[in-house]
Design a protein around this ligand. Structure first.
Ligand code: ZN
Length: 258
């Protein structure tokens, strides 16, 4: 079957990041060749599409590092070393059952191509500035080490059709001090907005795999940074969702994603 018959490429993205939205079977086959694999879009989440039909067992076929959420926005998902973890509303981490489902996730088979250490303590903006100097516009990141402080958030399970903006008002913000652990996530360019959270989207889990969440702010104090440049994004769209639909505004995303 010809992929071109169904493939939709958003031309805003095509020059730098190849984005293909494909019917489910094709998206899954394509993604096994490498690159980023994404379930649904940030816009679909904003629209209240909080129930997915892809299981974590299926998601695991496409990557071993990444982030996302669970059905009903029931916590923050962290994928690391092929293990899929969920941070609940209070930041308590447990393994995600293989048959649980996700309405939004991005994963990749992580292979570090760039690596450096940041020894000095940095505030959040200083940390992002260091990443900006070295990170390609689209990449997966893994940052291991010590953190003086992290401000994290998670979300409790929401009723069906709750918008992400409404869910954001129910989010729980908490802090971890002087902790060892790992940030995982992605950098996406501004033009990927709607599909993605533009800029850095990072989730954290501590070394004991007991506490974690979506990162609002972090202060690293001696970390090893590994980057995996990416150029292909395979988006599996749920029925009824298309690329290029009216998107969440930058303001909405800032409000929700910090
Ligand atoms: Zn997140």
């Amino acid at each position: 079957m010809s992929a071109a018959a169904h493939e939709v490429i958003d031309h805003r993205l095509a020059h730098a990041l190849h984005v293909a939205s494909l019917p489910r079977d094709q998206a899954r086959a394509e993604a096994r060749r490498g690159g980023l694999f994404q379930v649904s879009t940030v816009d679909a989440l904003f629209a209240g599409d909080l129930e997915g039909d892809l299981t974590f067992a299926e998601l695991a076929e496409h990557g071993d590092l990444g982030l996302g959420t669970l059905d009903g926005l029931d916590g923050e998902m962290i994928a690391l070393d092929g293990r899929f973890l969920r941070a609940d509303v209070d930041g308590r981490v447990t393994d995600v059952p293989a048959q649980a489902r996700t309405p939004f996730a991005v994963v990749t088979r992580f292979r570090a191509a760039l690596e450096f250490t940041l020894q000095a303590p940095l505030d959040h903006d200083g940390f992002l500035a260091e990443l900006d100097r070295r990170a390609p516009p689209t990449c997966a990141l893994r940052v291991d080490g010590r953190f003086d402080r992290l401000r994290l958030r998670s979300v409790a399970r929401q009723p069906p059709h709750t918008s992400l903006a409404d869910a954001a008002r129910a989010q729980h913000v908490f802090e971890l001090d002087d902790v060892e652990g790992t940030l995982v996530g992605f950098r996406f360019p501004d033009y990927a907005q709607g599909l993605e959270v533009p800029g850095y989207h990072l989730h954290f889990v501590d070394a004991a795999r007991e506490r974690g969440g979506h990162v609002l702010e972090c202060r690293p104090a001696g970390v090893r940074v590994r980057l995996d440049p990416e150029s292909d994004l395979h988006v599996e769209l749920p029925p009824g969702i298309e690329l290029g639909e009216a998107g969440a505004s930058a303001e909405q995303i800032r409000e929700v994603e910090g």
